[in-house]
Design a protein around this ligand. Sequence first.
Ligand code: ADP
Ligand code: MG
Length: 247
Amino acid sequence: MAKNSLAIKNLHASVEGREILKGIDLEVEKGTVHAIMGPNGSGKSTLASTLLGRSGYAATKGDVLADGKSILGMPTDKIARMGVFLSMQSPAEIGGVSFSSFLRVAHAAMTGREKPLGALEFSKLLDAEMEKMGMDKSFASRYVNEGFSGGEKKRAEILQLGLFRPKYAILDETDSGLDVDALKVVAQGINRSKGPHMGVLVITHYNRILKYLKPDFVHILVNGKIVKSGGAKLAEEIEEGGYSKYC
Ligand code: ADP
Ligand code: MG
């Protein structure tokens, strides 16, 4: 069981010397969708950053195991190569690097190839994924995220799920700022990639994306701790009543 999960064990983490995560226990098994909801500043993005070993986010206690192997303290690229994918709340812009060359190199790393696929072969693959995400082909030659609208950045993130097929996908507010149509495209993209080979941890404020994703578990994070866990119904309760009864 434990070998097929992303297991977060009593994780404490600090940012700039301040403890933000105060003991998180959560196990995301392959084939399941977990959602984390919580008020602003409760530590959701800090959890995502700590899991991926982002600099400045120091795990001070506990452990994180991907398929039974500790990933805490590993460099981010190694964590990614182990199949842990993070869609960041604010994806970075990378000037001077085209979206297609970035994806081609990342695709090789994420799928364990020694060399990237040939340009033509990869471009066919990318075209197909872009079409599924409703992205124009011209995005392939643009610089990574530069000048992309909020919704385009999020589509570009979910496109990577389809291309890389990670074992664990952590999606930090991938739904925020999306209009109804973009939300649907993004949710369908996640659903297409979902399956017994992948565990999903989706961080969100809104039940609207969860209506599409149908999470198996919903957790409420307040002040660096999971204060309540339940099923999809818990997200509906939060939508109606907010977080006040948990704060
Ligand atoms: P959420 O994603 O739940 O809204 P965050 O994890 O972004 O919350 O933030 C939790 C707390 O950690 C906040 O008080 C925030 O100011 C602090 N924090 C997060 N990242 C940093 C950072 N890089 N530098 C300083 N403080 C940070
Ligand atoms: Mg956040």
